[in-house]
Design a protein around this ligand. Structure first.
Ligand code: ZN
Ligand code: ZN
Length: 395
């Protein structure tokens, strides 16, 4: 790292680490981030901000800075922890039994606080406003992004960036992809009710196992016959429950599973076909069917131009081409997707893996940890994204 933002971020290393460790030791579950939000608000006030708290009825908070005449750049960090018993043995490990910052959201808050500090010192250099969004409740549906959006946090926002620390990538790297980046999820439950009876006289009943078996096969046609070859969907039946004895025709059967897509329109088609197949096959066999869909976060689609700007900012703060990675589509979901549905957005992954320091466990693992040397890198990048190029089209 070479420029003044990098130097300033590097000098913040100790403070960033202290913030992260304080937050790490006191994790809170999704929707319960009260102490976390209080800590962040206190730090922001000390730095000179007047954060708006409890935005949209959540523990999310927003702090703004800079001239109000143009549309803003928004930077988002999430705040919640997970129901995991920490096993890292770190001196600053969780003090709350069964709750752990095992996804790095503690680091996200620390980096955005560091960014708040660096931007405040440079507030006269800002050519447009900056919104710092600390969002609660990411790890669990329905997520904390939608209430913030409903409360207007994206009003007058030109672009939004999110930075997720990533233990699958080595320290010093940055990865993302333009276009679809993370999948949209819909889980489902299909309850089939037939008519039970004696297994030797199936003609007197309606066998829900036969109906369910036919449905499992038919559901394979959602991907193979209802969606174009250029689109993507995966539909998996992962549970099939029915029956209790060799000689009894059961009354009911239940299927559960999940479907994943990279596009909201494809998700809608897949959900509609699932309903039509279940209802049609059940009706053909005189069985009743009840279908429940549990929609998760939508597909996360990064705006290619916003990704390009992020990569340019990354180069400015010292990432070289070998350190910038184009990642494959990720299977997980992220409620950052809701922001990306509203304004041009880029979610970026910041490498924090370092086996030499024991930082080589996956996210959501009881021994998950990050190399804290990533904190100044992320802080420099976020700061540069806010200060960065003021090119055309930034309204
Ligand atoms: Zn997570
Ligand atoms: Zn996460």
């Amino acid at each position: 790292m070479s420029n003044s933002v990098c130097d300033a971020a590097r000098q913040l290393h100790e403070r960033l680490t202290a913030w992260r460790r304080t937050l790490h030791a006191d994790p809170e579950l999704s929707g319960h981030e009260e102490r976390t939000a209080g800590f962040v608000a206190r730090q922001l006030r000390e730095l000179g901000y007047q954060p708006e708290e409890r935005v949209g009825g959540t523990f999310g908070l927003v702090a703004a800075l800079g001239p109000g005449t143009r549309r803003a750049v928004a930077l988002r960090a999430d705040m919640d922890a997970l129901p995991i018993a920490e096993e890292t043995g770190l001196a600053f490990a969780s003090r709350s039994p069964g709750v752990m910052h095992a996804c790095g959201h503690d680091a996200h808050m620390a980096m955005l606080l560091g960014t708040a500090q660096l931007l405040y010192q440079r507030r006269n250099e800002l050519k447009r406003p900056v919104k710092l969004i600390f969002q609660a409740h990411e790890e669990q549906r329905p997520g904390g992004a939608q209430p913030l959006i409903a409360a207007g946090v994206l009003d007058n926002v030109a672009r939004i960036f999110g930075l997720h620390i990533w233990s699958e990538m080595p320290l010093g790297t940055l990865g993302t992809r333009g276009g679809a980046f993370m999948s949209g999820v819909t889980d489902f439950r299909i309850a089939i009710t037939g008519r039970g009876g004696h297994a030797a006289m199936p003609h007197q009943g309606v066998d829900p196992i036969v109906v369910g078996a036919e449905l499992v096969t038919a559901l394979q046609t959602v991907a193979s016959r209802s969606v174009a070859m250029t689109d993507n969907v995966v539909l998996s039946v992962t549970q099939f429950h029915a029956g209790s004895a060799n000689n009894v025709l059961p009354e009911a059967a239940e299927l559960r599973g999940t479907l994943r897509t990279l596009d909201e329109a494809v998700r809608a088609v897949a959900e509609r076909r699932l309903r039509e197949l279940a209802e049609g096959i059940a009706a053909a066999h005189r069985a009743a069917v009840e279908i429940e869909l549990f929609p998760g976060y939508p597909p996360l689609v990064n705006d290619p131009d916003t990704v390009a700007r992020a990569l340019a900012a990354a180069r400015t703060v010292g990432f070289n081409d070998d350190q910038l990675q184009t990642l494959p589509v990720q299977g997980g979901g992220e409620d950052f997707a809701y922001y990306a549905q509203k304004v041009p957005a880029a979610l970026l992954f910041l490498g924090a893996r370092n086996p030499a320091k024991g930082c080589n466990y996956p996210h959501h693992h009881p021994r998950f940890d990050i190399d804290e040397d990533a904190l100044p890198l992320g802080t420099a990048l976020l700061t540069q994204l806010a200060l960065g190029d003021d090119g055309e089209g930034f309204g």
